[in-house]
Design a binder for this molecule. Structure first.
Ligand SMILES: Nc1ncnc2c1ncn2[C@@H]1O[C@H](COP(=O)(O)OP(=O)(O)OP(=O)(O)O)[C@@H](O)[C@H]1O
Ligand SMILES: O=P(O)(O)OC[C@H]1O[C@](O)(CO)[C@@H](O)[C@@H]1O
Ligand SMILES: [Mg+2]
Length: 434
């Protein structure tokens, strides 16, 4: 059993890569289609499969194939970046261009400006020719060299643009929306019987893409947040009953807030979308905060953007152009409520909202390594004719996973997980809060 990736057809061209097929010659081997990794590594899964006499669910190993679907001498690729910014987008663009050009000798590589909007000819954005020379330094900068956008575009119109411009492979770098979008493009391509491959490279600082170990850029974003927490702690500790509140991004999942707090262990309370805490009463937020202040005379609180939405009065839901819910401002709300609660006590509140700063930075070294490797694997899978897949790490191995598998639901912090327990151990936050 396996997460079966779709293929455009039978590969008919030999790879130009000078790789090996035997072990022991100190040359990297082509990856065979039969090479897999078990998805669920737990002993429970192992015994269940044994008992039922079934093969465990497997994932396809990423890497260069010996046989290609696309003829390297006559292939055009395009790259699009959509959704919010994220550290490492430029590294991925650069890696894809370098791999296509230098490994496979592909000369026509097009950059799609401003996200899916760039595939709508009516917008008049045109394409950017991508060459190694053009992209060689872009990893030094944050943001996206190609520009991005949110908002729906007509899928069949985008497919027409690909076909009319003789694009054989589309690489889409983005979050859950982008991945759903490129899967829809892949579905329409199949309906029309076209030989165009589509690949997703999961990007999001929120780290909320299901199944995969982590999305690129996530680590850099909480790395940047870490130094902000360090300084916020100085502010809090510098005043009697000093309270620093730091709001970090994280629309529906609290990974940035929780990881930043673990990375910079000066934090006392972490509020995430996954927990339903209350402010007043026994085991409430104020009780925990009062306790902390009485013991240490300062407190650092990290709140994720999507936390505590249940505390607001019901209002009309506001959505962005892509249909993502825009949350009410929990940071300012907490600041006001803390001020009101402690009005008869001497407290000093410092409110910090680093907002976009944590996602517009260039990738750190760890993310840079990850981005390059994702880009190379994306190119190898695409050249072999695989389509509607994402490339990522699962259980620390690079694999190809059907897009539909990773977009079914959002990844969230499991409050019973060792990860969340480690956050509680690091912060001293009680279990009962939330
Ligand atoms: N089901 C879908 N079908 C087609 N296109 C979609 C679908 N969902 C989202 N898109 C498109 O994908 C693009 C990016 O989506 P979105 O703005 O939600 O960002 P994202 O990729 O999820 O990244 P982020 O993590 O920053 O939110 C938008 O142009 C959006 O219209
Ligand atoms: O304001 P924008 O650019 O639409 O994006 C904000 C959202 O994007 C994210 O950074 C994810 O990309 C979320 O954490 C945040 O809610
Ligand atoms: Mg999204």
């Amino acid at each position: 059993m396996e997460f079966q990736n779709r293929n455009l057809g039978i590969p008919k061209f030999k790879s130009p890569l000078q790789l090996s097929t035997v072990r022991g010659d100190k040359i990297f081997n082509f990856v065979g289609e039969e090479e897999k990794f078990v998805f669920d590594l737990s002993n429970d899964n192992y015994t269940q499969c044994l008992e039922k006499g079934v093969e465990p669910l497997c994932l396809e190993k990423a890497g260069p194939r010996q046989d290609l679907f696309f003829d390297p001498s006559n292939t055009t690729a395009a790259i699009v970046t959509c959704g919010g910014l994220c550290p490492g987008i430029n590294n991925v663009i650069r890696g894809i261009v370098m791999a296509l050009h230098y490994f496979y000798g592909i000369k026509r590589i097009l950059g799609v400006p401003y996200g899916y909007e760039g595939l709508n000819p009516a917008m008049g954005h045109g394409f950017v020719d991508l060459t190694p020379n053009k992209v060689k330094d872009i990893h030094l900068f944050g943001g996206t060299f190609l520009g991005s956008s949110r908002g729906a575009q007509d899928v069949s119109l985008m497919v027409n643009t690909l076909a009319e411009n003789k694009i054989d492979i589309l690489f889409a770098i983005g979050g859950d929306g982008t991945l759903k979008g490129v899967d829809a493009i892949g579905e329409e391509i199949a309906k029309q019987g076209l030989d165009i491959g589509v690949v997703g490279i999961p990007k999001t600082i929120d780290n909320d893409i299901d199944i995969i170990d982590k999305s690129f850029g996530f680590e850099t974003s909480f790395d940047v947040a870490g130094s902000i927490l360090r300084d916020a702690h100085n502010e809090a500790a510098g005043a009697y009953n000093g309270i620093a509140i730091i709001k970090l991004m994280g629309r529906d999942s609290g990974f940035i807030a929780a990881s930043a707090a673990l990375a910079m262990p000066v934090v006392n309370l972490v509020l995430i979308p996954e927990m339903e805490f209350h402010l007043e009463g026994p085991n409430g937020f104020f009780e925990v905060l009062e306790q902390r202040l009485s013991e240490k005379r300062h407190a650092v609180i990290v709140v994720a953007e999507g936390a505590g939405q249940h505390l607001f009065e019901k209002k009309d839901v506001v959505k962005d152009a892509s249909g993502n819910v825009q949350h009410q401002d929990i940071g300012l709300f907490l600041k006001d409520r803390i001020k009101e609660h402690f009005k008869d006590t001497s407290v000093t509140i410092k409110y910090i909202d680093p907002s976009y700063i944590i996602r517009s930075a260039p990738a750190n070294s760890s993310d840079s390594v990850y981005c390059s490797r994702l880009a190379y694997h994306a190119v190898h899978g695409a050249m072999a004719g695989k389509t509607r897949f994402v490339v990522s790490k699962v259980n620390n191995q690079y694999v190809y996973v059907p897009i539909s598998q990773v977009t079914q639901k959002r990844k969230k912090i499991d409050l019973e997980s060792e990860f969340w327990f480690s956050v509680l151990q690091s912060t001293g936050q009680p279990f009962h809060l939330g």
